[in-house]
Every structure is written in C-alpha cells, then in structure tokens.
Design a protein around this ligand. Structure first.
Ligand SMILES: NC(=O)c1ccc[n+]([C@@H]2O[C@H](COP(=O)([O-])OP(=O)(O)OC[C@H]3O[C@@H](n4cnc5c(N)ncnc54)[C@H](OP(=O)(O)O)[C@@H]3O)[C@@H](O)[C@H]2O)c1
Length: 322
C-alpha cells in the first residue's frame, strides 16, 4: 500500500511517500481503506522523535505516521460483529508506544469497537478532522471535568483543534462557554458558541472576575495553581499533557475541593458515534483550514508546525471528489 513513511527521526522533509506492506489484521479487527486523514500536533512529535514521541508511537523504522482517518471497511475479522464490508467508519489509531501503524496510508487495521459510524451526509475530511480532537474534548469535559448543563466552562486555546471542538461540545452539554484566543481568532471562537472571548495576550487567566466549573486547557499553557482560585467548589482543571506542574497540581488537589486531571484520549465507538451524530445534525463541525493531497504531506506538516492554522488540516487520499 502507499503510505507516508518515516525512515528515522528528523526534519519533516525526511518523510517520503512509498510502498509498504498492508497492516496485518487480528480476528477482532477490521481493515479500513482510508479516504481522508487529518493532521495533529502528535504527528510532528512522532516525526521528530521528541516531546514524548516514545509514548504515542512505536519506535520501529520504517514506519507509517498519522492518527486520524475516515474510510470504508474492506475486510472484517472472524470475531467482529456489527460491522460489514462497505461500512463507512472513522476514528484514530491508538496514541500508544505499541502503535506501529499510520493513517497517512491507504489501509489501517483497527479494533472494531474503536471506530464510529461515519454518517452519510458527513464528508470523510470532516469525519477524520473531528476524530482525535472531538473525542479529546468530549472525554476531557464530560468524563474528566464532569461538566453538566447549566455550568460554566473555560476553554484555554479555544481556536485550536481540541479547543474549537471543546467550545462546541461544551455548548452541546448545556454549559455556558468562555474561551481564550489571540485577538485575530476572537470572532471565530465567538461563532463557535463562546459567550465571552478573552485575549490571552492581554488578560491573564487569574485576573478573571467570575467563577468557573471546568477549565479545559487545550493550549497547555496554564496550571491548576493558576486557575484554582477561579474554580467553584467541586470544579475541575483538565489539561492535555503531563508535566511537573500537573503533578504538583494533582497532589495539591488532594487537599482541595477542586480537582486537577489529565485526559488521555481513547478511541471508543460510543464517543465517535456521538460525534458523528452531532456532525450530521450540524451541531458541531470541524473547521478545516486547508485540505492537502497525500503527495503534499510535508507541506501540510510544515503548515501545522508554523502554528498559523485555525482549526484543522485534512489529508485526502485517492481521487478528489467530483
Ligand atoms: N492528551 C490527549 O489525549 C491529547 C489529545 C489531543 C491533543 N493533545 C495535545 O494537546 C495540544 C493541543 O492540541 P491541538 O490539536 O488542539 O493543537 P492546535 O490545533 O495547534 O491548537 C493550539 C492552540 O493554542 C492556542 N494558544 C497558543 N498559545 C496560547 C496561549 N499562551 N494561551 C492560550 N492559547 C494559546 C493557539 O491559539 P491562537 O492561534 O488563537 O493563538 C492554538 O489555536 C498538543 O500538544 C497535542 O499534542 C493531547
């Protein structure tokens, strides 16, 4: 199969597009022909081999890279129930040191219980671009944060991949949403549903004047110590990456009515199906800044690295739609 191949850790332009063996499949897996993929900051970490890359991808070369995918089931393992050849599905490969696959490839094999149904009216690009970031936002706000209807959530980094979904999903959960963003992205975040947008370059979080129930730090630039004074009793600070300040926050939260936690996204059919339903109903959407063909993967990753995107970059495999 054709895939984006990493021969060794290094700069983005050391990637090549070439042929590699199709992934093997166990009895509880399905083989998916990938129609679209999407770029995540994690892909840059895997290419460079830095920033915790060993915890999210196997270090065995040559390897394919990429996590998010949307496509069509091509083969079904003997023990799989409820999925058939021809089903349209979407999801992401595991962020795990044992993952040896990549979704910037024609085929991926995945556990049948770790993909969601892609609704017919949702494009493969939309589905792929929603998978990791949508599930991270949902699992961070609902499962780690305990966000409920009528509460107030603050999303730090509300214009990014996870942040833009977190704003929309917090609204779906019935919460009032505040978001931080650079001034250039304030209108975008407001359009996503934020009641108040804070320019993080002008207003430090600790100077905010109202109480919050959940802070989701999608930019990973704050800490529990910084926001604990803003949280209501029982409130939660949830971040996306492990760090020393997270560890300090988790220890100090043991002596507090406020919680501090880390979300590590997991691919679950129920969450992806929920996301698919919201996408189909137009309740949430992936803001796709640009779509690249697979042949332009190094350009796509360079754009991601530049940090100048709003929302997501999608990758199209195969022919463009008519
Ligand atoms: N734990 C998990 O399961 C998990 C899952 C997904 C992602 N992640 C990690 O979470 C991080 C974010 O992922 P992503 O896909 O959302 O990244 P992204 O799309 O690059 O978004 C990052 C956002 O951060 C904002 N930002 C930058 N500096 C800021 C600051 N000082 N204060 C507030 N906001 C700031 C930027 O907003 P402006 O453009 O407006 O400046 C940008 O939109 C990455 O490190 C990723 O690897 C972890």
């Amino acid at each position: 199969m054709r895939a984006v191949i990493l021969d060794r850790n290094g700069p983005i332009d050391s990637l090549r597009i070439g042929e590699m063996d199709a992934p093997s499949m166990s009895a509880d897996e399905i083989l998916v022909r990938v129609h679209a993929a999407a770029v995540n900051p994690a892909d840059l970490k895997v290419v460079s081999g830095k920033d915790g890359a060993a915890f999210i991808h196997a270090r065995k070369f040559p390897t394919a890279i990429g996590y998010d995918f949307s496509g069509v089931v091509e083969k079904v393992g003997a023990n799989v129930r409820g999925r058939t050849v021809g089903d349209e599905v979407f999801g992401f490969l595991p962020y795990s040191g044992t993952n040896k696959q990549g979704s910037f490839a024609e085929l991926v094999s995945v556990k049948a219980h770790a993909v969601g149904v892609k609704p017919g009216g949702v494009s493969h690009e939309q589905a792929a671009a929603s998978a990791t970031v949508g599930c991270t936002a949902l699992q961070g706000l609902r499962d780690k944060g305990g966000l409920r209807a009528g509460q107030r959530a603050l999303i730090n980094g509300a214009s990014g991949g996870v942040g833009s979904f977190a704003v929309q999903i917090a609204r779906q959960l019935g919460a009032e949403v505040w978001g931080t963003a650079s001034a250039a992205n304030a209108d975008f975040v407001r359009e996503l549903g934020a009641a108040r947008v804070i320019d993080y370059r002008k207003t430090p979080l600790r100077s905010l004047d109202a109480k919050l129930d959940v802070v989701l730090d999608a930019a990973v630039t704050s800490s529990f110590q910084e926001v604990r004074g803003l949280l209501n009793a029982g409130g939660a600070y949830v971040t996306l990456l492990p760090s020393t300040s997270l560890f300090v926050g988790m220890v100090s939260s043991l002596f507090s009515s406020k919680r501090c936690g880390l979300v590590m996204v997991k691919s679950r059919a129920a969450d992806l199906d929920q996301l698919g339903q919201w996408l189909a109903a137009g309740e949430v959407r992936a803001s796709i800044d640009e779509t690249f063909p697979l042949s332009e993967i190094t350009t796509a990753l360079s754009v991601q690295e530049s940090g100048s995107i709003r929302g997501k970059l999608a990758i199209r495999l195969g022919e463009p739609p008519p």
